[in-house]
Design a protein around this ligand. Structure first.
Ligand SMILES: Cc1cc2nc3c(=O)[nH]c(=O)nc-3n(C[C@H](O)[C@H](O)[C@H](O)COP(=O)(O)OP(=O)(O)OC[C@H]3O[C@@H](n4cnc5c(N)ncnc54)[C@H](O)[C@@H]3O)c2cc1C
Length: 478
C-alpha cells in the first residue's frame, strides 16, 4: 500500500485532523527525553480503543510498523520511530473510567497522566504508588510499557506491582484482556509479561491499577554529607538496620548546584551529597524509625541532619529532588541520563568508579538517584555542538554500565532498553536467553511490527522492514 492510500485510510478512521504528516506537525514527535531523533512519517491520534484497533489493523495490511507513544518522556528512545511507519499517540485516551475505592482500584485509559490519578483520589485519602520523577507529565500507558519506578519504589515496588489488568490491542486489531480486577488470575501471567515490554507486543488501551491508602504519618529527613562515601554507606546501614524507608534518594554536589541555580530549595551548595530519607507508616512506628535513621545518618558522618518540620518544608525538599533533572539545563546545553543498577552494598564502590570515569573522559557528571534501590542516574553533561563530545559521552555511559554489570548489577533500573541500551543487552543475556525472549514477543506480535528496532540487539521479527534509518550516534547499533 502506498503512503497516500494509507493516509487516506487512517483519515477515514480517526478524522483528518488527527492524522499528521506535515514536517511542522510531526517534528514534535521526533524525539522523547533521550538523545535519539527520527522524524516520523505519519502520526495518528485515535480517540478510543475501536479507533486504535482499526489503525493497528490497517497498519498490518499496509505492512508498516506501529510505534505507540505516551507523553514522550521516555529516556531510552522507546517512542522514537526507528523504522518509520505510524507513530500512534495515546494522548487522547486520557479518561479515568472508574474509581472503585471499596476494592482499592481504578480503571484508566493509557493517556492518563500519572499524577492526575493520585490527584483524583487524594481527597479520599488514597494514592497511586508508582511515582516517576516525571509524574506530572508521563502517561500511565508509558509507565506500564517501561515498568517504571520512582522515588517511592523502595517501599512499594514498581509499576508491575500495581497493575492488575490490561486491555491491549494485538497486531491484527483484536482487543484482549490480560489479568483482571482480582489478583492472581489462573494460567500464565501474561499481564506480567506485557508490563515492561516497551511497546513491542501490542498497544495498551486500558489499565486496571491498584490504589493505596495514605499512611497515617510521613516524615522526611535531609542528611548533609561532606563525603560521598559516607552518604552511600549510610544508605547501606539504614536498610541494614531493618528500616525500609518509603524513599531513600541521593543528590551529589553537581546536582545540588543545578537545583540551587534553577529553582532553589535550600540544599547546601558546599555539600558533597545530600540524602533524602522518607519514612511512612503508623505514627509511633514511624517516629521510632525516624529516630533510628537520624542516628545512623549522624554516625555515618553527616555534618547535619534536618527533619522537615511540616508538610510545606517536606514538599520543598521533594520539589528540589523531583525538579533535579529539569534543573540540569542550568549547567549544560545537553545531558545524557544513564540508568544502571548495582546491589545496594556496592553503592560506595560504584560512586567511586563513576567519579573516576568522569575524570577519565573529562566530562562533568551529576548524580541524582534512587539510592535505596541501588538505581543510579549519572547525568553526563555535555554540549552536542562540540565536535566529538557526544562520542565521548556515549563511551563514558558504556563504561558506567560495564561497571554496574561487573559489580553484580544491571544495565537499566527503570528507563527501559529502547534504542539506547540494546547494544548492551548482551552484557546480561546470552543468545539463548534473547532467543527465548524473541519467541515470547513473537507469540503476541508475529510480524515484529510493534516498535521494531527496540529492546533486542538484532531485528526481532520476520516482518521488519527498514524504511527510514534512525539518526542514532555511531556505536549504538549492533
Ligand atoms: C525528568 C524525568 C524524570 C524521570 N524520572 C523517572 C523515574 O523516576 N522513574 C522512571 O521509571 N522513569 C523516569 N523517567 C522516564 C519516563 O518518564 C518513564 O519511562 C515513563 O514511564 C515514560 O512514559 P511516557 O508516557 O512519557 O512514555 P513514552 O516516552 O511516550 O513511551 C515510552 C515507551 O512506552 C511505549 N508506550 C507508551 N504508551 C504505550 C501504550 N499505550 N501501549 C504500549 N506501549 C506504549 C512506547 O512505545 C515506548 O517504548 C523520567 C523522565 C524524565 C524526562
Amino acid at each position: 500500500m502506498d503512503n497516500n492510500n494509507l493516509v487516506r485510510q487512517l483519515c477515514a478512521i480517526v478524522g483528518e485532523r488527527y492524522v499528521l504528516v506535515e514536517k511542522e506537525d510531526v517534528i514534535v514527535y521526533e524525539q522523547d527525553g533521550s538523545i535519539f531523533q527520527v522524524m516520523p512519517e505519519i502520526v495518528v491520534l485515535p480517540a478510543d480503543v475501536e479507533q486504535v484497533a482499526a489503525v493497528v489493523k490497517t497498519a498490518k495490511q499496509a505492512a508498516v510498523p506501529v510505534v505507540p507513544r505516551g507523553s514522550g518522556t521516555g529516556l531510552a528512545g522507546g517512542a522514537v520511530p526507528a523504522e518509520g511507519g505510524i507513530v500512534l499517540s495515546l494522548a487522547r485516551l486520557d479518561r479515568i473510567l472508574r474509581i472503585d475505592l471499596e476494592n482499592g482500584l481504578a480503571i484508566v485509559e493509557p493517556g492518563v497522566i500519572n499524577l492526575d490519578l493520585t490527584k483524583a483520589v487524594a481527597k479520599d485519602g488514597f494514592f497511586y504508588a508508582p511515582d516517576p520523577s516525571s509524574q506530572a507529565a508521563c502517561s500511565i500507558g508509558g509507565n506500564v510499557a517501561n515498568n517504571s519506578g520512582g522515588p517511592h519504589t523502595l517501599a512499594y515496588g514498581v509499576t508491575t506491582n500495581h497493575v492488575l489488568g490490561l486491555e491491549i490491542v494485538l497486531d491484527d486489531g483484536q482487543v484482549v484482556w490480560l489479568g483482571g480486577e482480582v489478583p492472581d488470575t489462573p494460567g500464565y501471567d501474561l499481564r506480567g509479561v506485557f508490563v515492561g515490554s516497551e511497546g513491542t507486543m501490542g498497544v495498551v488501551t486500558k489499565v486496571i491499577v491498584k490504589l493505596m491508602r495514605n499512611r497515617e504519618s510521613v516524615r522526611t529527613l535531609l542528611a548533609i554529607y561532606d563525603r560521598m562515601d559516607d552518604a552511600t554507606r549510610a544508605v547501606v546501614e539504614i536498610t541494614g538496620a531493618g528500616i525500609i524507608p518509603a524513599a531513600l534518594e541521593m543528590m551529589d554536589r553537581t546536582t545540588i548546584e543545578a537545583v540551587e541555580s534553577g529553582a532553589p530549595v535550600g540544599f547546601p551548595r558546599d555539600a558533597e551529597a545530600v540524602l533524602l530519607v522518607e519514612i511512612e507508616g503508623l505514627r509511633e512506628q514511624t517516629e521510632r524509625s525516624v529516630q533510628l535513621a537520624y542516628a545512623i545518618c549522624e554516625q555515618s558522618g553527616a555534618r547535619e541532619v534536618r527533619l522537615a518540620r511540616d508538610e510545606t518544608e517536606r514538599q520543598r525538599l521533594w520539589k528540589g529532588r523531583k525538579g533535579a533533572f529539569g534543573a540540569m539545563g542550568s549547567l549544560a546545553p545537553n545531558y545524557y541520563v544513564n540508568d544502571g543498577v548495582v546491589p545496594r552494598s556496592q553503592l560506595p564502590e560504584i560512586m567511586r568508579r563513576v567519579a573516576a570515569i568522569s575524570k577519565k573522559f573529562n566530562l562533568r557528571i551529576a548524580n541524582v538517584f534512587h539510592a535505596g534501590d541501588g538505581n543510579l542516574h549519572p547525568n553526563i553533561l555535555f554540549d552536542m555542538r562540540a565536535p566529538g563530545e557526544l562520542d565521548r559521552v556515549i563511551e563514558a555511559g558504556a563504561a558506567i554500565l560495564n561497571a554496574c554489570v561487573e559489580l553484580g548489577g544491571s544495565i537499566t533500573g527503570e528507563h527501559g532498553v529502547g534504542i539506547e541500551k540494546k547494544a548492551y543487552i548482551g552484557l546480561l543475556f546470552s543468545d539463548a536467553d534473547l532467543g527465548a525472549m524473541t519467541r515470547v514477543r513473537t507469540a503476541l506480535d508475529p510480524d515484529g511490527r510493534f516498535n521494531p528496532a527496540k529492546l533486542f540487539p538484532t531485528p526481532a521479527g520476520c516482518g521488519e522492514v527498514r524504511r527510514q534509518p534512525a539518526q542514532i550516534p555511531a556505536g549504538l547499533w549492533i
